[in-house]
Design a protein around this ligand. Sequence first.
Ligand SMILES: NC(=O)c1ccc[n+]([C@@H]2O[C@H](COP(=O)([O-])OP(=O)(O)OC[C@H]3O[C@@H](n4cnc5c(N)ncnc54)[C@H](OP(=O)(O)O)[C@@H]3O)[C@@H](O)[C@H]2O)c1
Length: 321
Amino acid sequence: MALRWFRKENPDGVFGPSSTAEEVTAGVDASGLVAIVTGGTSGLGLETVRVLTLRGARVFLAARNLDSAAKAREEILKQQPNANINLLKVDVSSMSSVRQAAEEFLSLNLPLNLLVNNAGSTTDKFRLTEDGIEEQFATNYLGAFLLTELLLEKMKITAQQSGVEGRIVNVASMVHRDTYKSGIEYDTIKTSQGYNWLASYGQSKLAMILHAKELTRRLREEEANVTINSLHPGAITTNLLRDIAGVFHAISAVYISLWGKDIPQGAATQCYVALNPDVKGVSGEYFDDCKVSQPTAFGRDPELAKKLWDFTLVLLKECEK
Ligand SMILES: NC(=O)c1ccc[n+]([C@@H]2O[C@H](COP(=O)([O-])OP(=O)(O)OC[C@H]3O[C@@H](n4cnc5c(N)ncnc54)[C@H](OP(=O)(O)O)[C@@H]3O)[C@@H](O)[C@H]2O)c1
C-alpha cells in the first residue's frame, strides 16, 4: 500500500502534489485549441492527451509507434467517445523523423496553440542515435528543441490571429540536479568520454529547462504571444525505468510506489501549465506541483542557456549532413 497519504496534501489549500490533471484544468474550455503532445502512448503523455481532449482540445498524439498510438487513442475513446485525437508519427530521437512530423503537421494547415514536449526515456546503456547523438540527450532534449523550432512560426501566427496565447510545455525533471559538474558536459553528447547515465539523463532535463529560459528571452524580444515553461511532474510509476537494470531500478521503484504520485497526479503540472488561466503570461519558469519553483543554479544561468542554444544549432546542422 502506498504511503502517499503521509505526505502533507495541498498544504496551502490550492493545487499541490495530490491535485490531478482533471482538477487543475476543471472549468477550462479548450475547445477550438489544437495541441501536439509527444510521447502520448503511455504514462503522463497518455493522461495529458486524455485530459486535454476532455477539456475540448483537438490533440495530435505524437508517437514513434503508430500501433501503440492507435491503442492509446482507443483507450481514451472508450471513456470519452467525443475525444478529438489525431495520430502523428515521430521518433523524437531522430532529427529526420522530427522534420517529417513537423512537415506532416504543417501540411494540414491547422492552427497550433499548444505543444507539450513530453516524450522521454532513460537508459543505463550508452547508445548513439542514427545522428550520432547520445540517446537520452537526443530523445529528451534535441528532438524537442527541433520540433519546437519547426513549429514555432505556426504557433506565433496562430496566437496572433486568434489572440489566444500559445503555450509550449517542456517536461523536465528534478533529476536535472544530478547533471554533470559543469552543468552541460559537451563531450558526453557525442562520445562516451566521461559518460554517466544518470548525469546524462539529468543533463538532458537541465537542457529542457535552459531551453525554456532562452526561448522565453527570444520570444519576449519579438513580443510574441507564445510562452514556454518547464516542469518536474513528480515521481510516478510509469514505463520510464524499463531500460534501467539492477539496484537503482529496484530502489527507485520502491521509493516511487511509496512516496510518488499516481499518473493523474503526475500529469497535473503539465496540464496546469498547458491550460490553466493562472499561467497566462508566465514564461521561462520551472514548475513543480503546479507552482513556480526554483531549478538549480545551472537551470537559472542565462549564459549557460545561450551557450547551449548555440551549441544545439551547430549540432542540428551536423545532423543534416
Ligand atoms: N515518471 C516519472 O517519475 C518522471 C519524473 C520526472 C520526469 N518524467 C518525464 O516525464 C515524461 C513522460 O514520461 P513517463 O513517466 O510518462 O514515461 P513513459 O510511460 O515511459 O512514457 C514516455 C513516453 O515517451 C515516448 N518516447 C520515448 N522515446 C521516444 C522517442 N524516441 N520518440 C517518441 N516517443 C518516445 C514513449 O513511447 P514508447 O512507448 O514508444 O516508448 C512514451 O509514450 C518523460 O519526459 C520523463 O522523462 C517522468
